[in-house]
Design a protein. Sequence first.
Length: 136
Amino acid sequence: MTTHPRTIRIAAAVLADLDGRVLLVRKRGTAIFMQPGGKIEPGEAPLEALRREVREELGLTIDPAVAHYLGVFSAPAAHEAGATVVAEAFWLNIRSHPSPEAEIEEVRWIDPQDPGPIELAVLSRDHILPAYRRAR
């Protein structure tokens, strides 16, 4: 019997502030930082999922009309062994101050050119942050 890796479809946000910093989140009980966002529900558009997830995780209301599409990226899932995550990523400039809610334990603003000594999800490190740097 052949097993196929499980694919998880997500919407991910690069939330940038006026100083050019980017927000990362860390889920409760983990050490890995990543972009805010989450799973796309059946029948849900990626931007709808992004709006819902950012509100749930950070208490922020975002306007999908001002989102810049960065692309579709794939990498091993950070928290689900054997799964692959496929992300539709969007960049939005924000002026609000997010706070960790739901499963988010910590938020951290980083320099997208030099995130510093934190553990980043492969998807963020190798795909989403480089796409954001190219798009700015």
